[in-house]
Design a protein around this ligand. Sequence first.
Ligand code: ZN
Length: 506
Amino acid sequence: MTRDPADKLRLLRERLATISDLGAASLTLTWDRQTYMPEGGVQGRAEQLATLNRLAHEMLVSEETGGLLDALRDPDPGTDDGALVRVARRDHERATKLPSRLVEELSRSRSLAEPAWARARAESDWDAFAPHLEKLLALRRESAEYLGYEDHPYDAMLDLFEPGAKKRRLETMFEELKAGTLPLLRGISGAANRNGRGRDAPLHGDFDEARQEEFGAAMITAFGYDWSRGRQDRTVHPFCVGINPGDVRITTRFDPQWLSPALFATFHEAGHAMYEQGIDQTFFRTPLDRGASMGMHESQSRLWENLVGRSHAFWSHYYPRLQETFPGPLGTVDLETFYQAINAVEPSEIRVEADEMTYNLHILLRFELEVALFEDSLSVAEMPAAWNAGMEEYLGVTPENDARGVLQDIHWSAGLFGYFPTYTIGNVLSVQLFETAVEDEPRIPEEIGNGEFGTLLGWLREKVHRHGRKYDPEDLIQATTGRPLDTAPYLKYLKTKFGALYDLNR
Ligand code: ZN
């Protein structure tokens, strides 16, 4: 039986819509597990999620899906339909390349490794985690062979999170960042030693949780987060979950003695969420209805968290309101002191607490270790020593123990290799995008100073958000900014901002 291409496209869309529904249901159940589910639900929920994921996977790899994709071989690449077929084919091929034995083994090893990592971290015991990491590494290396790559097996890992990213190009990016950041950091450390440390002291004190929540919500409302298509709940680790562009939820956590974690996590997650809320409505229930890549996603969260949320212009407008909200701890702290506090540079052992200046050095270290593991030039047993040496070299810090060092992040216990670099891609890209937005719309900085964000959000919607996953990240960056990913704007931004903050240009 032959059908015309329009018919086949319709059938493909129907299948993809079902796969998308199963995915959305599983995201909703995951959100519930992390927010309100009683503990007794753990086992049942694991089964429900496994069932939904299995059904979605089976539909994606099925011969029917493959047959429809084959029949729709040469779609017009510039159109939405063309992009739909291209992205669906990539998902299908990726899912069919891995033998189901390997998929199952990975999933089982991950579920064993995560609790083992949590225990190992609690006891700062690398040896207890090492066998799990060895197993996951072996499985991931095997996956890389099945997935395929041109240059380096690590590229196959990168491609899972950042389509088209290559180890070789990332090495250049990190070299540039290192060369640009380390001298600045040394200058700042010298200045901090002269002027005394503890710049962030004003952020510690009594910050009532309910008031923190109210203030954060007011700020992201001003940014343009749409509460009719989202909500905010509390979890141990903040996250954003885009169930579909009509339902994009965020979470945060509050520390009643420390203002920054919840405030900036709220800005950050809202940045992720506004990206998904801005995706073209016609992409609903297709594989295009999410972000282009992890790096592109992180560029949106970082843009709102840092370029807006840690800027002088933003606080020149909103700081009086923050002072009114927290008259106790901030009543006598002036704007300049507050601005210095939220931008204090302090090399530390913990990535998630790192400032804009040191953050990428934490990622660089993880990237180098991952590549060395994939090249077999580093063994799992040697990692704690290599970690500490890298921390000393880049940040001048020696972790107190492995719990605060090589064991601090959950990613490796989930078998996520190649994920960390997307954080740095996001940082670099956030400035490149912001700079282009300001070139196109020069009134943006002044608007931010007036507490207005419509022009900025509108630009992001038009240039980035609405396209969802229609374009690969590299093509989207080129089309939006006129050039490939570029560290120059980012380094210039750091130099200007922190040069002024630390009086380095005298
Ligand atoms: Zn993020």
